[in-house]
Write a protein that binds this ligand. Structure first.
Ligand SMILES: [Zn+2]
Ligand SMILES: [Zn+2]
Length: 338
């Protein structure tokens, strides 16, 4: 089968590999579409040991069951499914509590096991949910990044926010924007350095957009909040600057979500968290239930996961990956179609 293979640091190639077998409880999928995730670009760029080659990456995917195996979950041959990015044990304490994203044995496709930049992928049936008719493949595969936004909206819900600032209008930022708009009914203010991404955020319903690195964002936050700060800030970049900025822009008693992974060790004003009772959430992945909810939002047409996404045939995967790595203008999200 054709794959986009990551044989060594800073190298990618189209390689023919054997079709994977399936293990106990496993299902073989013919991949219909697989998104290229920002975390994959980031780990490739930084030679991160979170994804060590040789490897087939790809964890945002949907496909058709070609071999249902012997799983008691009864997926049928020909059935269309969306996959969870994780493989979970289902037995540990977090799994039994419903915190499947925190499974102590969690594995990520394209990190701990072969991913879906390939014609076929082997998936435990327990990681699959139905892919409803009417949602195109290039959108259905993005239920996974949308689920990250659903997860964050679930986290912010008890804070009853009215205005949410999102730092970074990349794929995760735009998915978070749409999730909080539709689930929490909030106004969003989106900041990014790239004008094309801000245009997209506007089209997706942002109340306001701001060019990052200018005084625009501070001014907008001051205006909507009478100088107090906004109810919640989502940092979808994750640099030291944006993590600090998130804490600065949120009002006393408000909530900050750190989902971006750009920089690890940072310094920040911890007294500002303590004295003004700000809540900081770390957010990684989503539960299986949130993935199903993301698919539902898509099938109801409440989220646009298409107009700002570019598709490429898998054979052009090297070009697509490099294009997203050096994103220009309207290059926001690439999806590979095997
Ligand atoms: Zn991802
Ligand atoms: Zn578990």
């Amino acid at each position: 089968m054709t794959t986009l293979f990551y044989p060594a640091w800073e190298s990618l190639e189209i390689r023919d590999l054997p079709v994977p077998g399936i293990s106990e409880g496993g299902v073989l999928l013919k991949v219909a579409a697989c998104g290229i995730c920002g975390s994959e670009l980031e780990t490739y760029r930084n030679r991160s040991n979170r994804r060590t080659p040789p490897l087939v990456m790809g964890h945002e995917f949907c496909g058709t069951v070609v071999n249902p195996g012997t799983s008691p979950l009864h997926f049928k041959e020909g059935q269309q499914v969306v996959s969870y990015a994780l493989v979970i044990c289902g037995l540990c304490r977090p799994c039994r509590r419903g915190d499947t994203h925190l499974c102590t044995k969690r594995e990520v496709f394209g990190m701990h096991r072969p991913g879906a930049f390939a014609e076929y992928v082997s998936v435990p049936a327990s990681s699959l949910i139905p892919w409803p008719e009417g949602v195109p493949a290039q959108a259905a595969c993005l239920a996974e990044p949308l689920a990250n936004g659903v997860h964050i909206a679930d986290r912010l819900q008890p804070h009853k926010p009215r205005t949410v600032v999102i730092l970074g209008a990349g794929p995760i930022g735009l998915m978070c924007q749409q999730a909080v708009q539709v689930m929490l009914g909030v106004r969003t203010i989106i900041s990014d350095t790239v004008p094309g991404r801000l245009e997209t955020a506007k089209k997706l319903g942002a109340f306001a957009v701001a060019k990052a690195g200018t005084s625009e964002l501070d001014a907008q936050v001051a205006e909507v909040s009478e100088g107090e700060g906004v109810d919640a800030v989502i940092d979808a970049v994750g640099s030291e600057t944006t993590k600090q900025l998130a804490l600065k822009l949120v009002r006393p008693g408000g909530a900050v979500v750190w989902i971006g992974l750009h920089e690890n060790t940072i310094s920040f004003d911890s007294y500002a968290v303590t004295l003004s009772e700000k809540t900081v959430y770390g957010s990684y992945a989503a539960t299986l239930g949130e993935l199903a909810y993301a698919v539902k939002l898509m099938s109801e047409g409440k989220v646009d996961a298409e107009s700002w996404v570019q598709t490429f045939p898998l054979e052009r995967g090297v070009e697509a990956f490099h294009r997203m790595l050096n994103a220009q203008g309207n290059d926001i999200k690439g999806v590979l179609l095997p």
